[in-house]
Ligand binder design. Sequence first.
Ligand code: SOE
Length: 389
Amino acid sequence: MVGVAKREIRIGMIGYQFMGKAHSHAYRDLPFFFGTEIKPVLRAVSGRKEEAVKDAAEQMGWESYETDWRKLIEREDIDVVDIVTPNHTHAEIAIAAAKAGKHIITEKPLALTLEEAREMLQAVKENNVKHMICHNYRFAPAVQFAKKLIEDGKLGHIYHFRANYLQDFIMDPEFPLVWRLKKEVSGSGALGDIGAHSIDLARFLVGEITEVVGTMETFIKERPAGEMAGGLKGQADNSEYGEVTVDDAVAFIAKFESGTLGTFEATRFAGGNRNKNKFEINGEKGSLRWDMENMNTLDVYFAEDEAGLQGFRTISCTEEEHPYAGAYWPPGHIIGYEHTFIHLIHEFLHGITGNVQPAPNFEDGVKNQAILEAVERSSNSRKWETVRN
Ligand code: SOE
């Protein structure tokens, strides 16, 4: 048979909305661009609302659906459990899936708390399953290329890592009190939802963080009841108002093991910035700048450039030399947000077939959660706090 996959990997996904769509697309597109050595099989998707999950299964190409995630993880015809449900469900599901011998990929942040994150890591290690956390932005070709430049010593010693993750989807006071705004469901607000991505990029590109000092702010304290309505839209039901129990914005400074100084900002109140996940790195020999809203380009500056010709220049990271980019189109034909998920899932599934633990994984998730926890501790203590892994 033409193009028979050498290895089918059967996926069970728990959840099916925004991230569920991104992950489902990645499984379906993977063989299209990265070959048929591995063929993801969309075996089952799980959701509590039968009509909604049935529609999602039909739309995204899942073979079957469940309305109880516990039934899904017990199925013998599933190898991988993919968790795309809200943060408070990650630990219970992942621990149960690990005990059922399933490999696990989960959305970020890993858990609600550092303790939960540690329990999840222990469960996957004890049950010897592969695990991954979906920090997809490190898989943009430009970010992978930035990592290569740093590893090749092009920047030399790094003095600064500067990250701003700017969104604005909840600036309307009538945007409802969705799960992302409730501490008992989300764990934190901008800090854990988008700040976690900046922390992962910092760890991936520069290294480990040892101390932080920061502050968190909630600008709108009460909102109307309501739910997410696809993507980052919300639907208020105006039945009643409730208290927002997470941060709308966070700013913190970090010290890295390398001596690098980090400055971080994550906010959902930066009007006009829809998903501006960006960083700048300044080293002794050069600087790099990346912005998710222009994800195919990397701005580079090298101090050794000829006098008069020095300054930032923009590289289009769509060439064969840029990781993953060569799998798609000729140079200059750009790719998008959804393709970062294809690259991450490519590494996850090859990790399973090659018996190699890919990254970022639950170890990274625990280290990320430890930094989130230290920032929250500092926001309360108003002092520098040590990161406790
Ligand atoms: C909302 O802030 C969100 O959907 C995050 O949860 C995702 O991780 C990010 O990629 C896009 O924005």
